[in-house]
Write a protein that binds this ligand. Structure first.
Ligand code: URA
Length: 220
């Protein structure tokens, strides 16, 4: 059962690392902690510039990525293309070395996840998305200069629309599609997962084009 959505003002933008709300995700975290006590094993906080005009919304922490390192997309395959692209387009500075203390800095950009805890098989359940959505809504609301949201994959797109108070059908799906939702521009991208990049569904030029478009919207 999804928990009742709390008033937005009552929800902080970051979930506590030991968030107790989703029993399945709590059990998954406990199993990861038992097997790997040295891992982060918690609700992964958003990463980046608190004054960002660009927000990137992923799906959920990868078990050996953000769940291990505590930073979104850090240490798993999906982070390679994401951080390489952000560095290339000037939304990041430094070097990405797949660890949270690599000194990488996001510029005018923040990365968060629709679901903050690592789900089994990278697949959150609908109730888990709903439980976590108040954090996403609060994250968006807490960025005073936010203008553009890039969604990575369709779970992200649907949750962003719902977090903004709309319906999942309010904005077109598909790589490269874009729409306005409230005062924000939303651009959809295929998720930069290993599956999508290895099969060629998402190429580096396709991914770069999304962030070039974000850059153009920010400049408009
Ligand atoms: N790591 C994340 O933090 N989010 C994703 O969506 C995938 C990997």
């Amino acid at each position: 059962m999804p928990r009742p959505e709390p008033a937005r003002a009552a929800c902080p933008p970051e979930a506590p690392p030991d968030c107790p709300i989703c029993p399945r995700l709590v059990a998954c975290r406990a199993a990861n902690r038992a097997a790997h006590p040295d891992w982060f094993n918690g609700a992964a906080p958003s990463f980046g510039d608190p004054d960002a005009r660009l927000l990137i919304v992923g799906l959920a922490p990868g078990r050996t990525g953000a769940n291990r390192t505590g930073r979104p997309f850090t240490g798993d395959y999906a982070g390679l293309l994401l951080y390489e692209t952000l560095l290339k387009l000037g939304f990041a500075e430094g070097r990405y070395e797949a660890r949270p203390d690599d000194g990488l800095r996001l510029v005018d950009c923040m990365i968060t996840n629709a679901v903050r805890c690592a789900p089994p098989g990278n697949k959150p359940e609908t109730a888990e998305e709903a439980n976590c959505r108040p954090y996403l809504a609060a994250r968006i609301a807490a960025l005073p200069r936010l203008k553009v949201i890039v969604t990575l994959g369709d779970v992200s797109r649907r949750n962003v629309l719902r977090a903004l108070g709309g319906k999942a059908s309010d904005g077109a799906a598909g790589h490269g599609s874009e729409f306005q939702a409230g005062r924000y521009w939303v651009i959809n991208s295929y998720h930069c997962s290993r599956l999508n990049t290895n099969t060629g569904r998402l190429t580096a030029p396709m991914f770069e084009a999304v962030f070039e478009r974000a850059r153009a919207l920010l400049a408009a």
